[in-house]
Design a protein around this ligand. Structure first.
Ligand SMILES: [Zn+2]
Length: 134
């Protein structure tokens, strides 16, 4: 019965998209910072409230087309940053077996096995060669 109610309630609404998730995460960060003393705490308290209201607004909005447009704009604006975060995650999980280099010419991230001593690295994108210690 509750399931059916929730299903009907959220039908035709935007729901929890990536932008809503980001706003929600920001509200949590602001909530933690609102414990700061003085004016800073008050400002973060207000920001917590604003971010929570915006999150709810996105989830409950019935203007699905407009919200989808905003979400797509947000995703394309943060694409580079999200790729960097994924790269960092990959580097961290593979740090024991691989060493990572950035090509000095085209800045492509290159992965080489560890423990091979000083080697010549050839960039797979631009063909530039440079040496590195693994
Ligand atoms: Zn390169």
């Amino acid at each position: 019965m509750i399931r059916r109610f929730l299903y009907n309630f959220f039908r035709g609404r935007n729901g929890f998209d990536q932008l809503a998730m980001t706003a929600w995460a920001l509200s949590i960060v602001c909530l933690l910072l609102s414990f700061l003393p003085g004016t800073a705490g008050v400002v973060f308290n207000l920001l917590t409230f604003a971010a929570m209201v915006y999150t709810l607004f996105r989830i409950l909005s019935r203007n699905v087309g407009k919200r989808a447009q905003e979400n797509a704009r947000y995703l394309s604006a943060t694409a580079g940053l999200r790729r960097k975060l994924i790269n960092l995650k990959t580097r961290f999980s593979q740090r024991k077996d691989f060493k990572f280099f950035t090509c000095p010419t085209c800045h492509t991230l290159l992965r080489v096995p560890r423990g091979k001593g000083k080697i010549q690295i050839t960039c797979r994108k631009c063909g530039n060669r440079f040496s590195g210690k693994t």
